[in-house]
Design a protein around this ligand. Structure first.
Ligand code: OAD
Ligand code: ZN
Length: 270
């Protein structure tokens, strides 16, 4: 199947030429027709989803976190063992962005999908909990939650991000409650995510570079099973050529446009 890839240029809401606005509207219409037939939709999101909420991505040129910091020094179990304070300081720096952030129009549009589709599942690589803050009720967070801490020795439960001493084992080994490079993802969450994607009638992929596995493998499942997916990303990713529709726009611009069109389309059918 050939992808309907719309090379619209980098269109944003404001300041578009009339011809670009028409092309953008056409892309949103195509996305809406594709989605309005779907019974269950999985939305798979990455850091680009929260960029318009003021949270930096990892790999965007110049401003991405991993363009300016070395992940091996800050986001691995070895880094924490070597220099826990350095790791904690880095996460405190990142937490500041998250504490100030509010869900953007894209998060809100995804939450609103729950009143349109019989089933909507959000699978996110993000650790900012902005999908939940926007009102999404079915969120699988593959990479943890940045604002809490957990025990590096494996004691159960989460603790406030400000605590460093584990209340269970008493060691000074509380760490950010996120998955680091070299660590496995929660196998149950990953299994649930795989099943949800396998059973979905459509997948919406928003703001991920597809660089990190196993999460990125969820899109490979859709490709293998022929589940149609729409990608929203201002830049192409390794997935883009397999997408039924690649929309070169941002989360906060494209999602509200698409979701309001789906709503209208479904209403007209009823
Ligand atoms: P990346 O930083 O790798 O990719 C962000 C993607 O978002 C890029 O493809 C951008 O083009 C796109 N993007 C930028 N602005 C956007 C916008 N406003 N709307 C939509 N898309 C936009 O982030 P992830 O793919 O999420 O891992 O990275 C995957 C994982 O790598 C993260 O979960 C994190 C990181 O190391 C852990 O924390 C374990
Ligand atoms: Zn402990």
């Amino acid at each position: 199947m050939l992808p309907i890839t719309l090379f619209l240029g980098f269109f944003q809401a404001a300041g578009l030429a009339k011809s670009d606005r028409l092309l953008a509207a056409k892309a949103f219409d195509s996305a809406s027709s594709l989605l309005s037939r779907a019974e269950s939709v999985v939305v798979f999101t990455g850091a680009g989803m929260s960029k318009e909420s003021g949270i930096p991505t990892f790999r965007d040129a110049l401003e991405g976190l991993w363009e300016n910091f070395c992940p091996e020094d800050l986001a691995t179990p070895e880094a924490f063992e070597r220099d826990p304070q350095r790791v904690r300081d880095f996460y405190e720096y990142r937490r500041e962005f998250v504490r100030k952030a509010k869900p953007n129009a894209g998060h809100l549009a995804i939450a609103a999908m729950e009143s349109i589709f019989p089933e909507v599942i959000v699978v996110t690589q993000n650790v900012d909990c902005l999908h939940e803050a926007a009102g999404s009720t079915n969120v699988i967070g593959l990479h943890g939650e940045i604002l809490s801490n957990c025990c590096n020795r494996g004691c159960p439960g989460t603790q406030p991000g400000s605590m460093t001493t584990c209340p269970t084992c008493g060691s000074d080994s509380l760490r950010p409650n996120v998955v680091w490079f070299g660590e496995p993802l929660d196998p149950i969450l990953m299994k649930r995510a795989r099943i949800c994607v396998s059973c979905a009638s459509a997948l919406l992929v928003v703001g991920t570079s597809g660089a990190v596995y196993p999460a990125a493998g969820l899109v490979d499942i859709a490709v293998e099973k022929g589940i149609p997916f729409i990608e929203i990303n201002p830049n192409k990713s390794p997935f883009s050529d397999h997408a039924k529709l690649f929309i070169p726009s941002t989360a906060a611009v494209a999602l509200p446009e698409i979701v309001s069109r789906v709503g209208r389309e479904i209403e007209a059918l009823e």
